[in-house]
Design a protein around this ligand. Structure first.
Ligand SMILES: Cc1cc2nc3c(=O)[nH]c(=O)nc-3n(C[C@H](O)[C@H](O)[C@H](O)COP(=O)(O)OP(=O)(O)OC[C@H]3O[C@@H](n4cnc5c(N)ncnc54)[C@H](O)[C@@H]3O)c2cc1C
Length: 226
């Protein structure tokens, strides 16, 4: 669910209640950091902007344990701090915000209809800011209930052993979050050392119950209980 702050008009005003003839210059789809930045900048230049977000304003940065590469954020802070900054920014240059999933985009004579399932919004131009989705390994068993692709899904006991596959920035950030929350971590790498940034590498070096194993190629997931 999207949080509804008092300073961002439109969030509590579903598109179905909008007058049928209302049109916008630009539709921004997705309100992660990219979408928020684009939408506010366009409002700042006088365009009428509708911004459509299916989940939570802020996108993936919500999940970050420690952000230390955004200019203006020092020392490093949780991703929620960036999310709060995005909310604050939207208060200054508010687009019309709609909490819905975009299910299709159709061309019209003079622009586009953005479909939200049962309703649609007409715009002249569109900015797609729908972000990324986690990589999949595409191996058997990947959809078993205990195989997760983002850390908020992980619901295991306090001292459980969690295998984290990969050693990039997001994997390292998530592994550190889990470790700080009492989980034992086995980070599995195909080869070499984690390719995450040096700050994350040195954070991982000093953690307890945090093992990094190289030379592992994950071929399948199997349920031990059959
Ligand atoms: C654990 C973790 C830690 C990270 N740490 C850092 C860090 O320290 N520093 C850093 O720079 N980056 C970090 N990142 C990466 C950063 O979060 C992303 O680069 C950034 O969020 C990308 O912004 P975006 O707006 O392009 O996309 P996203 O943040 O992915 O936002 C896209 C938005 O579009 C919405 N959307 C998608 N499809 C639809 C649809 N059909 N209809 C409506 N809405 C839709 C989604 O719900 C989402 O809110 C981290 C990411 C993760 C997961």
């Amino acid at each position: 669910m999207v949080r509804i702050p008092p300073h961002v008009p439109g969030l509590d005003n579903p598109v179905k209640q909008r007058p049928e003839d209302e049109k916008y210059d630009i539709g921004v789809i997705g309100l992660g950091p990219a979408g928020v930045t684009a939408a506010c900048e366009l409002v700042r230049y006088g365009y009428s902007v509708v911004a459509i977000e299916k989940e939570t304003i802020g996108g993936l940065i919500h999940y970050a344990r420690a952000v230390d590469n955004f200019p203006g954020i020092s020392p490093s802070s949780p991703g929620q701090v960036v999310v709060d900054m995005l909310w604050q920014h939207m208060g200054g240059f508010p687009p019309k915000v709609v909490n819905a999933e975009v299910t299709g985009i159709y061309t019209t004579g003079s622009g586009y209809d953005i479909s939200l399932g049962e309703s649609a919004i007409t715009v002249k131009s569109i900015i797609l800011a729908t972000g990324t989705i986690p990589d999949r390994l595409e191996v058997p068993g990947e959809d078993l209930p205990w195989v997760h692709h983002i850390w908020t899904d992980v619901d295991v006991g306090e001292d459980a052993l969690v295998a984290v596959i990969g050693g990039g920035d997001v994997a390292a950030d998530q592994a550190l979050s889990l470790n700080e929350n009492g989980k034992q971590i086995l980070m599995m790498l195909k080869s070499g050392v984690p390719r995450c940034n040096l700050v994350l590498q040195s954070d991982m070096e000093v953690m307890e119950d945090f093992i990094i194993a190289s030379g592992i190629d994950v071929l399948r997931f199997e349920d031990r209980n059959g």
